[in-house]
Design a protein around this ligand. Structure first.
Ligand code: SF4
Ligand code: SF4
Length: 522
């Protein structure tokens, strides 16, 4: 393998990957549960809208909810059974709030729906057709972000490189490594489909340099397929290299502009798991109904990676890993850096669930009490987004939202690096998440009040236009009536004239007759 030149992104941390346990085990399977709870919002964008009703029988792979908008994704039944409820349920989300879900009681038959046509010879399909098939299959980014893949595929023209991200996001997660080791062909076929959908001919798969088995499996599969458009690049294992912006910097030396997206500079990133899901969708007509999840941590007996149906309770995953250890303390979804706590193990696996950490008490030490900021600047040194975390912290704490925008809060990828190095133990990322929520809420309120004002102004304009039209019609009627009255008077004058002339003629005739009679002596 010839290794191209690499660059270094600003900051970042060398972290213990903590994947030794699960990475040593093959991918296992979790049995179909008795109940599947499928949230309508498992992705970035508008929640999906149900297309089934309680009492309806559904088959595995059948669409049960359609996209709620352009930025949205379908939801499919992940096994056959009966829809028993469409209602709010607890879902895995940092807010901890309940959200609408479709609940299916499975029938154990796992009977498949055959509505999507498999296309093994996908070379005959156009880019638009491929995007439509990916959208129909409900594929979203499986790296954790869950952005609808079809929308991303339509994001730009004139791209120069497809980047498949095989660099795990953070410690504990190794689902992508296992996918690359066990199913490299599915990732490569997905890459081929994506290249065709983007109408480009260069793809680079980035894998961390501490995962030689994954790279070897990929390289062997590339050689067996005789595929010259795809190359594998080993990148240094520095957190958070799994971030799109950081990975693009490392591979190309280029920076995605602030508030911009990778297609702005000619690149499109997809996770390797997403590529495999695209291959399944197009070649086999299989929608996204399962994913690989790393189940790990000191609180689970046998950490491993599992292929899991979406909607399966997390407790079933722990069960498939031998159950809880005595030291099990709490659950996280995601990795050690960006993961968030889960209130209970009955929460369902969703499209964004790449990892479930069952943490033991010793493993993740509770945060020490926060102390005042000492302005050491450590956070700025380490920040991969080149922000000033201490400035952001002060303004977030003071509720100065406008200043946060000036300091590019929305470029913060919430990687948590600044939290790790902060000697004052300040929960900086929590402040940034909260401030973003506040800014979004303020934007939403502003949009709502702008809409209300626009609606009011439009109504005023309409009323004024209606009033003016009414006035115009009245004036026209008045003019017409006056004209009619004028016409009648003129006609009457003409008639009077004519009558006068008739009377005058008669009078003249009678006079003439009288004169004749007198003349003839009658
Ligand atoms: S690292 Fe912590 S203490 Fe140091 S400047 Fe940043 S916020 Fe302040
Ligand atoms: S959490 Fe945000 S501010 Fe802190 S290091 Fe990461 S990107 Fe920078």
């Amino acid at each position: 393998m010839s290794q191209p030149q690499l660059w270094r992104f600003h900051g970042g941390l060398k972290l213990d990957p903590r994947t030794a346990g699960p990475a040593g085990e093959p991918i296992g399977l979790v049995p179909v549960p008795k109940r599947l709870v499928l949230p309508l919002s498992q992705h970035v964008g508008q929640p999906a809208e149900p297309v089934v009703s309680p009492g309806e029988r559904v088959l595995k792979g059948q669409p049960i909810a359609r996209p709620g908008g352009y930025i949205g994704a379908k939801v499919h039944a992940s096994s056959s059974g009966t829809v028993v409820e469409i209602a709010d349920h607890a879902v895995p989300h940092p807010s901890g709030l309940a959200a609408p879900c479709i609940v299916i009681e499975t029938d154990g038959l796992d009977e498949a729906w055959s509505g999507y046509e498999p296309v093994p010879e996908f070379a005959s399909l156009s880019a638009a057709d491929l995007r439509a098939r990916v959208r129909a299959a409900g594929v979203v980014g499986l790296g954790g972000a869950a952005f609808p893949t079809a929308v991303k595929l339509g994001a730009g023209s004139g791209l120069k490189l497809l980047i498949l991200n095989g660099a795990e996001c953070e410690p504990y997660i190794c689902c992508d490594e296992l996918l690359l080791r066990e199913r490299p062909e599915s990732v490569l076929t997905g890459a081929q489909v994506l290249l065709q959908a983007l109408e480009i001919d260069r793809c680079c798969i980035a894998v961390e340099d501490d995962k030689p088995r994954a790279r070897e499996a990929l390289e062997n599969a590339i050689a067996a397929m005789g595929e010259s458009r795809i190359e594998v690049v080993a990148v240094p294992a520095i957190y958070p290299e799994g971030g799109e912006r950081q990975l693009i910097k490392v591979l190309t030396g280029e920076e995605v502009p602030a508030r911009g997206v990778p297609p702005d500079i000619g690149y499109l990133c997809q996770n390797v798991g997403t590529a495999a899901a695209v291959a399944r969708a197009v070649l086999h007509g299989e929608p996204l109904i399962s994913r690989i999840v790393t189940v790990t941590g000191g609180g689970v007996v046998r950490p491993r990676n599992l292929e899991v149906r979406l909607g399966t309770p997390m407790a079933d995953l722990v069960q498939a890993c031998g159950g809880y250890t005595e030291g099990a303390d709490h659950l996280l979804m995601g990795g050690a850096m960006m993961g968030f706590p889960l209130a209970e193990d009955s929460l369902p696996v969703i499209k964004a669930t790449n990892c479930v950490v069952v943490a033991s008490r010793e493993e993740i030490r509770p945060r020490q009490p926060a102390m005042p900021c000492i302005r050491c600047g450590e956070g700025a040194e380490i920040c991969p987004a080149q922000l000033l975390p201490q400035q952001l912290y002060w303004h977030a704490r003071a509720g100065e939202l406008d200043q946060l925008d000036e300091f590019h809060l929305f470029d913060c990828i919430e990687c948590g690096c600044c939290d790790v190095v902060c000697p004052s133990q300040l929960p900086l990322t929590q402040y940034f998440r909260y401030a973003k929520t506040e800014l979004w809420a303020r934007d939403r309120d502003r949009i709502r009040s702008d809409l209300a004002r626009e609606r009011f102004e439009a109504r005023q304009e309409r009323l004024e236009a209606e009033q003016a039209a009414r006035k115009r019609r009245l004036e026209e009627k008045t003019r017409a009536a006056e004209k009619t009255r004028g016409d009648e008077a003129a006609r009457k004058a003409l008639i009077d004239d004519a009558l006068e002339r008739v009377q005058a003629r008669r009078a003249r005739d009678e006079d003439a007759e009288g004169n004749d009679d007198a003349g003839s002596g009658r």
